[in-house]
Each structure stands twice: as structure tokens, then as C-alpha cells.
Design a protein around this ligand. Structure first.
Ligand code: UFG
Length: 344
């Protein structure tokens, strides 16, 4: 394989929210990239945004990672030694209604990527995992050693299964892998040229907040104010998407530079700080100097009361730390929402 292939990364799901931010950070760190996406939950807005930010074209293929033949052609055509696998369905509620859609897509695509990595001797993979693998844990903060509880949704189960597939594959091959367990990714690039683009009614809190502020949605429902937390609303660890993207660069660099201590490693990616829904709403209002129309609504089924990360391992081993303040992140989310609305 050519020398440069060691610093070339295939990014699946590269047109998506976290994928697009990671393309930017990889390029900033001197990596070459190849992106694939089938636009099943995105369009080319963020890819174009990435190209504007970095000032050059991104090698891109419109491919469904479940299509083995198309993926094989990609592996034959491009020289990359590392993969970051984002491509997956991610709507928790939908996964409960359509489990087979989630199992087929999220697991088939991952199997294809790993089988092809093995066949074509590619070395390193970062898998996009999630704090959802901890299920309904009452250990706070959660460390990577906190036992995984049974998944609450089929989506969550696909993340657990894919982690196990990666662990077993690494144990029996030359492939090295890192699973990054994301907490709640939010925000947008400071340029406001890339950000989150949910289709239809957003499931997640911050896109719902920004769409309510811009008048696309009438009113935000805060799901529950009777939880056993200081203000009664749920607590999460909101991680800035640019910080999260940088964690991927650290993870890839660790393997490329042979600094990994084990061939399969897991890291939590969060801030280590819990923020309640009501705190987040009032911070959003304050930093962006606006009033949000919201009401208290019944609890949402399947929500855990509180979860936030112990990030010591990522801090020490990856040399990575969340840097952007929640205020700046919420300001960037609002700036992105305004940019997107101005384009429509
Ligand atoms: N919430 C509201 N109103 C809304 C949307 C959300 O009050 O309109 C609340 C939720 O009840 C929850 C918090 O905001 O308390 C965060 O909810 P999100 O839907 O934004 O995020 P979740 O914590 O439910 O889910 C996220 C990711 C999942 C991942 C999970 C792991 O979206 O992919 O974290 O914990 F599986």
C-alpha cells in the first residue's frame, strides 16, 4: 500500500452530522479522506459545507454500505488504511417500531466494512458507538467499565451488537478497533456551514429547541419535570460536535501511530458534566437572547433519568478533552439554524 494510505481515512456516513464535522477535523489534522454516504438521512448540504470550510473537493462516493459489491469496488479503488464508520440509522423511537430495518442496516453495513477490511488488509477502525449501550444504569458517572445493561431500543441493541462484533473481529484478525461511546452530540461548526439536519420532526432536544426558536415548531415539550433530579427534568451530558469530531482524530492517530495499548479499546466521549433539560433551555435563551415557547409534557417512554460520562480514560489515553463551552455550543446551534432557514 502506498505510504500516504496510512494517513488516509474512509469516512462512512460522511454527509451526516458527526461525519461532516469529522471530515473537517481530519483534514485540519493533515489526513486525507474518502467519504461515502447514500443520503438516506442527509443531503449534500453538509458535504458542500465541508468543501467550503476546507477549500477543496472531498473525494466522495454515493454508496449504501449494505451494498457489498459497491463497497468492494470502493476498497479496490481507494487506498486508505483506516475507517471511521458512522453510517447507521439512529432514531430510537423508529427502531422500536421497525427493528428489522435497524438490524439489517446497522449490522449488515458494519459486517461489510469489517469483512472488506480483512480481505483488503486495512488496519484501523473507529466505530460510532453510543452511551445508549449502558442502558438503564444507576451508576453515575459511567465509566467504560460500567456494565452494559440490556438495551432499551433496537437501535441501542445494534450498538451493543456491533461493539461485540468489533471485539471478536479484532481478537481474531490484524484489525485494530476503537469504539467511541458518544453522549449527546449537539451544536454546529463555528462557521455555521455544517450542522445537524434532521428530517421531519426532530426527535432530539437541541434541534427541537432551535426549530421552535425559528418558528418552524410552535412549542417545545419538556418531557417530564417530576424526575428525581434537582429541577425534575432529565440530565444528559451534551458534547459539542466539533469536540466530538476531534475525538475521532485522536482515536485514529492513536492507532496509526501504534500508541494503542490494546487492539480493541473503548472510550466515553462526553464532557463529564450533566445538564438538565430545563437548564439547557434557559441557557439557550440566555446566550441567544430570546424567549423559547415551551411547556411541561408527560415523560417520554424509554428515557433514562440521568446519564453523564466519566471521561478520564479519553482524557488520559487519547489526550482528548471537551473544550468548547456549552454556551458557545448552543450559540453555534442557533447560528446554524438561522443559516439553514435563510437558505430555504
Ligand atoms: N427532550 C425533551 N423534549 C424534546 C426532545 C427531548 O424534553 O422534544 C428531552 C428528553 O426527554 C431527554 C433529553 O431531552 O431527557 C435529551 O433527549 P434527546 O432525544 O436529545 O437525546 P437522548 O438522550 O434521548 O438520546 C441520545 C441520542 C441517542 C442515544 C442516547 C444515548 O439521540 O442516539 O442519547 O443515551 F442513544
Amino acid at each position: 500500500m502506498a505510504k500516504d494510505s496510512k494517513r488516509t481515512v474512509l469516512v462512512t456516513g460522511g454527509a451526516g452530522f458527526i461525519g461532516s464535522h469529522t471530515l473537517v477535523e481530519l483534514i485540519n489534522a493533515g489526513f486525507e479522506v474518502v467519504a461515502v454516504d447514500n443520503f438516506s438521512n442527509s443531503d449534500d448540504t453538509c458535504l458542500k459545507g465541508v468543501e467550503q470550510i476546507v477549500g477543496r473537493k472531498i473525494p466522495f462516493e454515493n454508496i449504501d454500505c449494505c451494498d457489498y459489491e459497491a463497497m468492494e469496488k470502493l476498497f479496490q479503488s481507494y487506498e486508505f488504511d483506516s475507517v471511521i464508520h458512522f453510517a447507521a440509522f439512529k432514531a430510537v423511537g423508529e427502531s422500536v417500531e421497525m427493528p428489522l430495518k435497524y438490524y439489517r442496516n446497522n449490522i449488515t453495513s458494519f459486517l461489510n466494512v469489517l469483512e472488506l477490511m480483512q480481505k483488503y488488509n486495512r488496519s484501523n477502525i473507529v466505530f460510532s458507538s453510543s452511551a445508549t449501550v449502558y442502558g438503564e444504569t444507576d451508576v453515575l458517572p459511567v465509566t467504560e467499565q460500567t456494565p452494559r445493561m440490556p438495551a432499551i431500543s433496537s437501535y441501542g441493541n445494534t450498538k451493543q451488537i456491533c461493539e461485540d462484533i468489533l471485539r471478536d473481529t479484532v481478537a481474531s484478525s490484524k484489525i485494530r478497533g476503537i469504539a467511541l461511546r458518544y453522549f449527546n452530540p449537539i451544536g454546529a461548526h463555528p462557521s455555521a456551514l455544517i450542522g445537524e439536519l434532521p428530517r421531519g420532526v426532530p426527535n432530539n432536544l437541541v434541534p427541537f429547541i432551535t426549530q421552535t426558536a425559528s418558528g418552524v415548531r410552535e412549542c417545545l415539550s419538556v418531557f417530564g419535570n417530576d424526575y428525581p433530579t434537582p429541577d425534575g427534568s432529565c440530565i444528559r451530558d451534551y458534547i459539542d460536535v466539533v469536540d466530538l469530531a476531534k475525538a475521532h482524530v485522536s482515536a485514529i492517530s492513536r492507532m496509526v501511530e501504534d500508541k494503542n495499548k490494546q487492539n480493541y479499546e473503548i472510550f466515553n466521549v462526553g464532557t463529564g458534566k450533566g445538564t438538565s433539560v430545563l437548564e439547557l433551555v434557559s441557557m439557550f435563551e440566555k446566550v441567544n437572547n430570546l424567549k423559547l415557547n415551551y411547556k411541561i409534557a408527560p415523560r417520554r417512554q424509554g428515557d433514562v433519568v440521568a446519564i453523564y460520562a466519566d471521561t478520564t480514560l479519553a482524557n488520559v489515553e487519547l489526550g482528548w478533552k471537551a473544550e468548547r463551552s456549552l454556551e458557545d455550543t448552543l450559540a453555534s446551534a442557533w447560528k446554524w439554524e438561522q443559516y439553514i432557514r435563510s437558505k430555504k
